[in-house]
Ligand binder design. Structure first.
Ligand code: KG4
Ligand code: ZN
Length: 382
């Protein structure tokens, strides 16, 4: 529950990690079932934690995509019934816009940093996405605003944000690469936090992973300075390179042993995994992470230059990664380009970011129709 897009009153997360971990990845049918099971208790807990009742709500926000159809449908159906029953407006939010607003919410809440200056380049890196967006806003609180009395009378006039997609992955998402490589090395699901925890124990220069230049129509090297050029990422090659390393260096037996040993420990900790990794494996982990973070950093910075942005946002599950944060912060400082990340709690999927993204839409009276449906491949911006 979020007040005026700025104040996080409660953020209840029902993690499904334990359910999916046994299968080494998300099982769509189970995800939908878990949502169905958890949605009512989670909403009640969020209200209780905020000390609020249903009648105190201004509107109900819900993720309409992108994501797994079954899971999205559970949320949409419940949100629609709630909005209808309470006579409150329903607001549809794009999941990726939510990740961007996770950062904006905290920047305005804590005021530890100034709100990022626009235009912003947002890197959304999660298990399903590696996207770059150019984000900017129209001020809805300005005199003569095209928006109604709701905006003009609001104590904190909002902004309607608009986005342009300026980069994407051509195959796997960065988080997917973390998860697949972790699985390949016998580490639990989701793999990102395990790789993050083990990487500092290895030599990041031990295995020189290289990223090939990705060619696509209109993306010839000569187009590098053209603001219309899209940044393309690719993370399936490095996963194959790790697999090849594992095979050529005979790591399979030790990986099997590690996997079995970790599965036998209830609630394994990074220290347990560390005790089960030899130096060669730690070096491989460190080199993998170093290469992925380096590629994300290089391409994002290049896009920031090309587009002339005034600040950077890095968000999504992978933005929790410590090496990623440290290297983005250092590079951005060198370039005098402010960079903002969400807190660790708001890096991975959560509901507060959806409520925060809904506030400007509430001010603009951008409400969802009763025909709202799940859109598993919903795009953000143009
Ligand atoms: O945003 P998110 O919670 O869900 C999606 O929308 O996908 O992101 C989950 C992804 C997973 O792939 C997970 O391994 C990765 O974020 N992740 C990390 C870290 N924490 C989560 N990757 C690298 N380092 C981390 N510390
Ligand atoms: Zn996400």
């Amino acid at each position: 529950m979020v007040r005026r897009g700025r104040e996080n009153l409660s953020n209840v997360v029902a993690s499904q990690i334990a359910t999916h971990a046994k299968f080494g990845g998300v099982v769509p049918e189970l995800a939908a079932r878990e949502h169905l099971h958890n949605i009512v208790p989670v909403v009640r807990a969020a209200l209780a934690e905020a000390g609020a009742a249903f009648r105190d709500l201004d509107a109900i926000a819900v993720t309409s995509g992108p994501g797994l159809a079954g899971a999205l449908l559970v949320g949409i159906t419940y949100a629609k019934s709630l909005a209808y029953g309470l006579g409150k407006p329903l607001i549809a939010v794009n999941h990726l816009e939510g990740h961007i607003h996770a950062v904006l919410l905290e920047q305005t809440t804590t005021r530890t940093a100034l709100e990022p200056e626009t235009p912003i380049l947002a890197l959304v890196v999660s298990g399903g996405h590696t996207h770059l967006y150019l984000a900017d806003f129209n001020d809805t609180g300005a005199p003569g605003s095209e928006f109604g009395a709701r905006a003009a009378n609001a104590p904190n006039p909002g902004k309607t944000w608009h986005y342009r997609n300026v980069g994407r992955t051509v195959d796997d998402a960065a988080g997917e690469a973390f998860d697949k490589v972790a699985k390949l090395l016998g580490l639990p699901y989701p793999g990102g936090p395990w790789i993050d925890a083990l990487a500092p124990r290895g030599n990041p220069k031990a295995v020189p992973f290289a990223f090939a230049q990705i060619k696509a129509k209109g993306n010839r090297p000569a187009a590098e300075d053209n603001p219309e050029t899209k940044t393309l990422f690719s993370f399936s090659g490095i996963k194959t390179a790790v697999l090849r390393y594992v095979e050529t260096h005979g790591l399979k037996p030790s990986i099997e042993a590690r996997k079995e040993a970790l599965m036998a420990i209830p609630g394994p900790k990074p220290a347990d995994a560390l005790a089960l990794c030899d130096q060669q494996t730690l070096d491989l982990i460190a080199s993998f992470q170093h290469a992925v973070v380096g590629d994300l950093l290089r391409k994002t910075v290049r896009a920031a230059e090309r587009l002339g942005v005034r600040s950077l946002i890095v968000t999504g599950g992978v933005a929790a990664n410590r090496e990623l944060r440290a290297r983005f912060a250092a590079e951005a400082a060198d370039r005098n380009l402010p960079v903002a990340f969400p807190s660790l709690t708001l890096s991975t999927d959560n509901a507060a970011m959806i409520a925060a993204a809904a506030w400007p839409k509430y001010l603009a009276e951008e409400f969802a129709p009763t025909s709202l449906n799940a859109d598993p491949s919903l795009a953000l911006g143009g």
